[in-house]
Design a protein around this ligand. Sequence first.
Ligand code: GN1
Ligand code: MG
Length: 368
Amino acid sequence: MLSGTICLPSVAPIPPPPGIRAVCDAFRTDGELVEIEAWPGGHINDSYLLVFVTGTGRHRYLLQRINGEVFPRPDQVMENVQRVTEHVIQRLEEEGYSHPEKHFLTLTSTYDNRAWYTDNRRDVWRMYPFIEGTHAQEFVQDAAQAETAAQAFGRFTRLVDGIPGAPLHEVLPGFHDTPARLEALRAAAQLDPKQRAHAVQDEIEFALDHAQDAGVFMDLLAAGELPTRVVHNDTKISNVLLSNESSAAICVVDLDTVMPGTALFDYGDMVRSMSTRAAEDECDLSLVVAEPELVKALEKGYLAGAGDALTEVERAHMPKAGFVLALELGARFLTDHILGDQYFRIHRPQHNLDRARAQFTLAHNLNQ
Ligand code: GN1
Ligand code: MG
């Protein structure tokens, strides 16, 4: 199989940009802004933790700038986010939650009553009150945590099932079109603008050798055998807020890629992210092992959370999903490495290559 390398050292996070105070001032918050801190995590958008002080205490918010290079229509991203957050909060209210905003994201509106703010550079910003008493993790600790996280994503599948109105915007068309992702890898390797392809031939071969298995979900969707539903599309462990007290999953976050798709994208991305205790960018590949106990916990949690929202065909294809999504993400990281790290933010040289190797190791493991 693939061999890893020694991790190269990381670089510091980017500090808040000048002008960020004006952005903060556009949103309807209470109190005086006393702290702005770059918030780590996420490979695409920029996030900042803000602290406001009032007579009653400190209030924290998360401010995020949507990456307009990755999301060509940030306004459509925000329309999706607004619809989904409002719908889920309403469903939670109907289910009897007295404080649904402690269990799901709510958007802070601007002073001109918009759900997002566009600055003079046409950058789109949004703000969420921070859900206190929670934290996120880069890798899963144990089966109980995998189960509760999967259950939270399953609950999300159920809560957005039947959301009224037109389909959500497809903000990134073909986002989980695995065969198209493999084609993009082939094209990148041919173009090879940074002369990096020759050093990663084994990795390229690994991905392309599995091309015939990669199209299963796209084929079933096209044939109408898998239902198209609202899916999260980025169900990694770091997108679940866990309770600081009990380690139970409280809330799923990062709704940028909420779009029409199949539940198997969500389940598969969960398996690729939570079937191992290794971090997504682990360099010691001997640690990147898919544990059957974690996979079992994910299946149990997802089925419990989604309830009867899933069809027989969806359930039947769950065992293959982790492999497909790990292969796909590995191909995306490797493509970006070959093209010169244009898409995923890196924190050290060869970071995307390290990430790709870890995903391919996991895909190999899951393809039993
Ligand atoms: C990106 O930005 P972030 O970390 O939420 C990516 C996902 C990947 C994930 C891997 C829009 O998500 O598809 O699975 O990295 N998001 C986009 O960590 O490409
Ligand atoms: Mg994301």
